[in-house]
Design a protein around this ligand. Structure first.
Ligand code: NDP
Length: 479
């Protein structure tokens, strides 16, 4: 059994009440360890540890903070195989993906913010009436970071790295479904020389452990990535306490394909943007709109490519689609396939659970393409967050813009066209925080990241993240 402990004040602790939760391996459905079911008391202990580390960490030189963050990054890179295996076992994603994307990106997050903090500056304004204003950017104190299960270490570190780079101390909770790499990160932080208490990781359920973080009166900012309903709940709890909030929530992203695109590039990327990580990426293009003149050709080519994807055990090199993260999530996704059928959607391929020999109790599902009769149906409006995409034709820019913007979400959009005017017009009018043109999930960590509408508030990435994790204080001096 691989058991996990809370990481508080640089040490590993059992939960105070000694309550535990089973941790499942999605590839075979077996329990392979236990994790703390932390209570309010554990969160309080983590908070006290963070608080005691705060003033000194915030006064540690920028060079020293930067050095430690970059050291964490190097240690993650040196432990790539171990972390990739652990991530894959915990989440069900192919090891190849964890090795190529999740763990390198987690390392990049520390390296990027270790460097970014050395370049972070604030403004000064000289006023005409013999005064100068300058703005201080001060760390907030103890902040909370809460992350989801789909890109466990990648998204966990995307919050933690800027928080500590900016001089804050952190109480963090990974998803209880995928806690393993966050646990391993604690050991790396010690090895890198991160002072005790700067980062504290408490494991447990959202409704109790997570709740204790968001309602803690002295945890002054919450950076959260997860579902829209949870985000709304957090906003309700945090708003009366005037906490700073960054909410990165769900998506139902349009992938809009015009006939004048580079077809082969579009086709290959669309397979990826539909099914990477079993479709469990908030940025996946789950609603595919195709210009009518190439619709039938696209449908045939796309379905052929999707049918060729191999569903298999995450450790096999040939696997394209691993296991979904949990049994309840598998059931939720299957239920949406039933809803699609009831709404007269046509299942063009997939739609069934897969039994992988030797791992019969794993949570495997065929990549599924559904042709939908209209864009109002539930599978086109609600986030499924699995290996399921819908396709339908469109006839002109205005029609597809209207359909693309009709959902409650607004995280990202992908556009495939070589027409410059159309690119400019549609990029302006798409309701999304991120628009990709002729590419997907191409990330530059300096750019603002986040969504509009029910996809959240605030932006992560680059100096936006450092601004979130600091308070601006203006000083005006008359001379
Ligand atoms: P959830 O909202 O269920 O959970 C996210 C995190 O919040 C988990 O750690 C969870 O703990 C915790 N949590 C749940 N309830 C509370 C609470 N009351 N107080 C504090 N914390 C709480 O999301 P999922 O983990 O299911 O992740 C999938 C969702 O995340 C999808 O909607 C997806 O679109 C979104 N997402 C958004 C991204 C973005 O950048 N916009 C990126 C990636 C995912 P526990 O696991 O124990 O319930």
């Amino acid at each position: 059994m691989e058991n996990i402990k809370n990481y508080i004040n640089g040490n590993f602790h059992n939960p105070i009440q000694n309550h535990w939760i089973d941790n499942y391996n999605p590839s075979n459905g077996e329990v392979y360890g236990q994790i703390p079911n932390s209570s309010k008391e554990d969160v309080e202990q983590a908070y006290k540890s963070a608080k005691s580390a705060f003033p000194s960490w915030s006064q540690t030189s920028i060079e020293e903070r930067s050095r430690i963050l970059i050291k964490i990054s190097e240690l993650l890179e040196a432990n790539l195989d171990r972390f990739a295996k652990a991530e894959s076992k915990d989440n069900g994603k192919p090891i190849s993906l964890a090795k190529a994307v999740d763990i390198p990106r987690a390392a990049s997050n520390f390296r990027f913010f270790g460097n970014a903090i050395t370049q972070f500056a604030s403004e000064s304004h000289e006023s005409i009436n013999q005064a100068i204003n300058y703005t201080l950017r001060q760390p907030i104190g103890v902040v909370g970071c809460i992350s989801p299960w789909n890109l466990p270490l990648y998204l966990f570190t995307w919050k933690i790295a800027p928080a500590i780079a900016a001089g804050n101390c952190v109480v963090a909770k990974p998803s209880e479904v995928t806690p393993m790499t966050a646990y391993l990160l604690g050991k790396i932080c010690n090895e890198a020389g991160l002072p005790k208490g700067v980062l504290n990781i408490v494991h447990g359920l959202g409704g109790s452990t997570g709740q204790a973080i968001i309602e803690h009166e002295n945890i002054k900012a919450i950076s959260f990535t997860g579902g829209t309903a949870t985000g709304a709940h957090i906003a309700k709890v945090a708003a009366p306490m005037f906490k700073k909030l960054s909410l990165e929530l769900g998506g139902k992203n349009p992938n809009i394909i015009f006939a004048d695109c580079d077809y082969d590039d579009m086709l290959n990327t669309t397979v990826r943007s539909s099914f990477a990580n079993q479709g469990q990426i908030c940025l996946c293009g789950s609603r595919i709109f195709v210009e009518a003149s190439i619709y039938e050709k696209f449908k045939k080519d796309f379905v052929n490519k999707v049918k060729a994807l191999k569903v298999g055990h995450p450790s096999e090199v040939s696997t394209n689609i691993g296991a979904l993260v949990s049994k309840p999530h598998l059931e939720k996704v299957k239920e949406y396939i039933n809803i699609a059928k009831a709404e007269n959607g046509i299942i063009l391929c997939g739609g069934n659970q897969v039994t992988v020999a030797g791992f019969e109790n794993g949570y495997y599902l065929e990549p599924t393409v559904i042709e939908v009769p209209n864009d109002d149906c539930r599978v086109n409006q609600e986030e499924i967050f699995g290996p399921v995409v819908t396709i339908m034709p469109f006839h002109n820019e205005d029609e597809v813009l209207q359909m693309a913007n009709k959902v409650k979400y607004g995280l990202s959009a992908t556009l495939w066209t070589n027409n410059l005017k159309r690119t400019m017009k549609m990029s302006n009018q798409l309701q999304a925080g991120i628009v990709w043109v002729n590419t997907w999930m191409m990330r530059d960590l300096r750019t603002p990241f986040g969504g509009v509408k029910a996809s959240g508030i605030g932006r992560e990435g680059g100096f936006e993240a450092l601004r979130f994790f600091t308070e601006a204080k203006n000083v005006c001096i008359k001379y």
